[in-house]
Design a protein. Sequence first.
Length: 307
Amino acid sequence: MKIAVVGAGAMGSIFGARFVQAGHETVLVDVDALLVEKINADGVTIVRGSDETTTSVPATADPATVGPVDIVVFCVKCYHTPSAAELARPLVGPGTVVASLQNGWGNGDVLAAAYAAEQVAIGVTYNSGLVQGPARIIHPAEQPTIVGSFTDGSTEGPARLAQALADAGLEASVVSPVRPEIWKKLILNAATLPTAALTGMHAGALTGCADTRELVTDTAREAVAVARALGYEIDPEERVDTIHALLEKAGPSKASMLQDFEAGRRTEIDVINGAVVKAANEAGVDVPLNRALVQLIKGWESRRNLA
């Protein structure tokens, strides 16, 4: 297949390199001209423990030079999704699968407003990456990816994406409806990302400390209550147990929002805890912890003129 990955950050680079290794004709698309130049000159290096692999992946800042592809995977920060959707128009033909594997809630709505909703696939990935340097990414462990149809219609498009991921040696599954799975990931992110960012703690420490473990648990329970009020049958005990198991397994990994803090970068709080708060307001559910975390992160951003 011919695949374009929009956003050559941590996850975009990981997916792009793996697609190339699987034999798919792949291009990375990014607006950072210096990063594009670096990737074209030196390839993408993925580090796994003591092993590292460098893969030659074509990159461009001009999608018009690529033309329509079979699959476009968006891996940009949520606040860049609208501009990325416009940038990617030359990549999208009538049969292109337009996919979001981004954090948070609402990226699919942005893509469905820009393209035919039937072409949009949405989902979550539990893979993570840490940018160690330009085009050099740490990929701690392979984790599952779950995809589905934005319209809960035909799963042909999501299945194409899942097959490409499977070809690349990554675990992938197609589910319908997919939104409950996105809420499960949203609950995980809401409970862990801002708490890690505000404390500076890596994943294992977050669950290993009694106080932060309790905060993660209570924040997750609030978000589950919102999901259930919306009609998603999510088990609070399963979510809490899974979240702490994932944190323990992740060990020294740094949450993406902690990486944003360390880089002095705007966060994705609006589509994570902000999305929980918005849904809670609509459903009449009290979420004081999620609300406080939004306010704290927003205060941090405002202090740095990032809001």
